[in-house]
Write a protein that binds this ligand. Structure first.
Ligand code: FAD
Ligand code: FES
Length: 515
C-alpha cells in the first residue's frame, strides 16, 4: 500500500471556491487546500472540509463512503467524524485536519484551518463521580489494551491507568508484522502504535515485560512478579492469543519460527537475510502473508497444509482458488493435503513421505486465546472469556476485549470470538467507556482484511458456516463480492478489489443489527 503524498494533490483548489451545484447532498469532492489533499463534503445545508488521506495507512477517503455525519475509509473501514475530524473508530488513531467553510452566493470557499476538537471533562459531562473507578488496570498491551488506555484519556478520565504487557515491545501494529514490515517495505518506525513519549505524556503507566501472574477478584488486585500486588478499581483483560505450537521432533529448532510479536518478526527478518528456502506450515492468513513477504525478500517458499484449498473454510472455494493462484503466480509452491511429520536442520518431512529442503520454517497453524488468567480467577470461560454485550465478564469489575472475548453478536445471534485487529481495537474502546460507568453495547459488525502482495481481501460480518455462496464478479480476476448465506440470511461478505462494496455491506449489516 502506498501512501499518497500531499504534493500529489489534484482536483480543484477549494480556496478558490466551488459552486454548490457541483456537490449533491451526501457527496464528497476531492481537491486540495494549499496543496494538501482535501475533501469537501455536503450534508444537507452543511459543508465540511477535511483532510482527504486516511491517517491509518493513507487510504483515499474520497473513494470511501459518507455515512450519516461520518466518512469511512475504503481500505480498512476507519471512520472519521465530518464535524470534528476525529477518528472515533479504529484502525485510524489520529484525527484529520479540518478547515472552516464559508458559503457566499452559491459558492463554497474553504478558509482557515480549524483547531482540534476538545472534549469536556468526563465527570462534568455525563457521569457522577461515584461511578468512575479510582484506578484502572489493563492487562495486555496489544490492540484492545492500547485502544482502551487511549480512550480512557480521551474521555477525560484522570485517575491512574496502568497498562501491563508481557511483551518487551510497546503496543505495535501487529498486522504489519506479517506484511510490509516482514517484506522489508515498511519503515520500522511504522510499527509502534504511538511514539515513545506518548504514554508518559498521557500519564499512562506502561509497564513492559510485566506478565500478570494471577488476578485476585476478591482483593481487587493483580499479582505481578516479585510478589507485587497492584490494586484496581476496574480491570480490563486483553491478553490476546498465542500461536499454536507444533508438537513433533525438531519443532524447537532455532530455524523454526512462529509469528505473534515484533521480536518474532525481527527474528524472521534476521533469518531471512541468510536463508534460501522456507517451508511455511499452514495455509492460514498469517502463513500466506508470511509466504508473500518472504517471496518479496527473494526466498524460495513452500506452503504445506492439510486442506485442499487455502482459506476455503473461511472464504469458500472460489476465493481459496484465487488466493492460491495469486501465490503461485508469485512463485510459491503448495503441498496441500499434507502435513509436516518431522523437522530437521535442513529439511522437513511430509506425511506423503516427501522431503523438502528448508533452512527456515514458519509455523502458522492458528492461535489459541490466552484465557489462562481468566480461568484461574474463576471467570466464566467457554472457548474464550465469556462477556455480555457490554464486554463485562462474570465478575462485574472485570471486562474483557479482543481475541480473548466471546461476546453475543447481534448479527448472527450467537456468541462469537474472532481474531480481528479492528474488532479488538473497537472492543477496547467500548470496554473503556463501560469501565467508566457507561453502558455502551458492543454492536460493531466484525471486519478484517488480509493482504497478499498487492491484493487485499476485505471481510465483513461473521459466517462460521454457510449453506449458500453468492458470487458476483470473478474471484480469479481479483474483482468480486462473495456473500455467505445461512438459513436464508446473509451473514458475511468478502470482497476483492471492491472496497466500496465492502463498506456498503458493513453499513447494511449495521442497519440490520441496530434495527
Ligand atoms: C502477524 C499477524 C498479522 C495479523 N494480521 C491481521 C490482519 O491483517 N487483519 C486483522 O484483522 N487481524 C490481523 N491479525 C490479528 C490481530 O492482530 C489480532 O486480532 C489483535 O492483535 C488482537 O488484539 P488483542 O489486544 O486481543 O491481543 P494482542 O494484540 O495479541 O495483545 C495481547 C497483549 O497481551 C499481552 N499479554 C498476554 N498475556 C499477558 C499476561 N499474563 N500479562 C500481561 N500481558 C499479557 C501480550 O504481551 C500482548 O501485549 C494479525 C495477527 C498477527 C499475529
Ligand atoms: S488506510 Fe484507512 S483504515 Fe487503513
Amino acid at each position: 500500500m502506498t501512501m499518497e503524498s500531499p504534493s500529489e494533490s489534484h482536483g480543484p483548489d477549494f480556496c478558490q471556491g466551488i459552486a454548490l451545484e457541483q456537490l449533491a447532498d451526501g457527496e464528497m469532492l476531492r481537491g486540495h487546500v494549499g496543496g494538501e489533499p482535501a475533501l469537501l463534503v455536503r450534508r444537507g445545508a452543511e459543508l465540511f472540509a477535511m483532510g482527504a488521506t486516511c491517517t491509518h495507512y493513507g487510504g483515499p477517503l474520497a473513494e470511501g463512503l459518507v455515512v450519516g455525519d461520518t466518512v469511512r475509509c475504503p481500505w480498512h473501514h476507519a471512520c472519521f467524524s465530518l464535524r470534528a475530524g476525529a477518528a472515533p473508530r479504529p484502525p485510524a488513531l489520529n484525527d484529520l485536519s479540518r478547515w472552516r467553510v464559508e458559503q457566499q452566493g452559491g459558492v463554497a470557499f474553504v478558509r482557515e484551518p480549524l483547531p482540534a476538537a476538545t472534549r469536556p471533562a468526563l465527570v462534568a459531562r455525563d457521569l457522577p463521580a461515584t461511578v468512575v473507578p479510582a484506578t484502572i488496570v489493563i492487562v495486555g498491551g496489544g490492540a484492545a489494551g492500547h485502544a482502551a488506555a487511549e480512550t480512557l484519556r480521551q474521555e477525560g478520565y484522570t485517575g491512574p491507568i496502568t497498562l501491563l504487557s508481557a511483551d518487551p515491545a510497546p503496543p505495535c501494529d501487529r498486522p504489519n508484522l506479517s506484511k510490509d514490515y516482514l517484506a522489508g517495505t515498511a519503515d520500522s518506525d511504522w510499527i509502534p502504535l504511538r511514539p515513545p513519549g506518548f504514554y508518559a505524556d498521557h500519564a499512562i503507566d506502561l509497564r513492559l515485560s510485566t506478565p500478570v501472574l494471577a488476578i485476585e477478584p476478591a482483593a481487587h488486585a493483580v499479582l505481578l512478579p516479585n510478589d507485587v500486588r497492584l490494586p484496581y478499581g476496574r480491570l480490563l483483560l486483553a491478553t490476546g492469543a498465542e500461536p499454536i505450537r507444533l508438537d513433533m521432533a525438531g519443532a524447537s529448532l532455532p530455524h523454526v519460527h512462529m509469528l505473534r510479536t515484533r521480536a518474532d518478526s525481527d527474528a524472521m527478518i534476521a533469518r531471512a537475510a541468510t536463508a534460501r528456502r522456507c517451508v511455511v506450515v499452514g495455509a492460514s492468513f498469517i502463513g500466506l502473508e508470511v509466504a508473500a513477504s518472504l517471496r518479496t525478500r527473494g526466498l524460495e517458499v513452500h506452503v504445506v497444509a492439510p486442506e485442499a484449498r487455502p482459506m476455503e473454510r473461511v472464504m469458500g472455494a472460489a476465493i481459496g482458488d484465487a488466493v492460491r493462484a495469486i501465490h503461485e503466480q508469485h512463485g510459491v509452491s503448495f503441498h496441500l493435503g499434507a502435513t509436516v511429520t518431522a523437522i530437521a536442520e535442513d529439511a522437513v518431512t511430509l506425511s506423503t513421505g516427501e522431503q523438502l529442503g528448508a533452512d527456515m520454517v514458519v509455523v502458522g497453524i492458528g492461535v489459541r486465546a490466552s484465557v489462562a488468567l481468566a480461568a484461574q480467577a474463576g471467570l466464566a470461560v467457554d472457548r474464550g472469556v465469556t462477556v455480555d454485550e457490554f464486554l463485562q465478564t462474570s465478575e462485574p469489575d472485570i471486562y474483557a476485549a479482543g481475541d480473548i472475548a466471546r461476546w453475543p453478536d447481534r448479527l448472527t445471534g450467537q456468541r462469537i470470538r474472532v481474531e480481528h485487529w479492528v474488532v479488538a481495537e473497537r472492543q477496547g474502546q467500548v470496554a473503556a467507556h463501560n469501565m467508566l460507568g457507561r453502558r455502551h453495547r458492543f454492536a460493531a459488525v466484525p471486519f478484517f482484511w488480509s493482504q497478499h502482495y498487492d491484493t487485499t481481501i476485505a471481510y465483513v460480518g461473521h459466517a462460521e458456516q454457510w449453506d449458500r455462496l453468492e458470487i458476483d464478479g470473478d474471484p480469479a480476476a481479483h474483482d468480486c463480492t462473495v456473500g455467505f448465506w445461512h438459513n436464508g440470511r446473509k451473514l458475511a461478505v468478502a470482497t476483492i478489489g471492491r472496497d466500496l462494496a465492502s463498506l456498503q455491506a458493513e453499513v447494511a449489516f449495521e442497519r440490520e443489527v441496530n434495527s
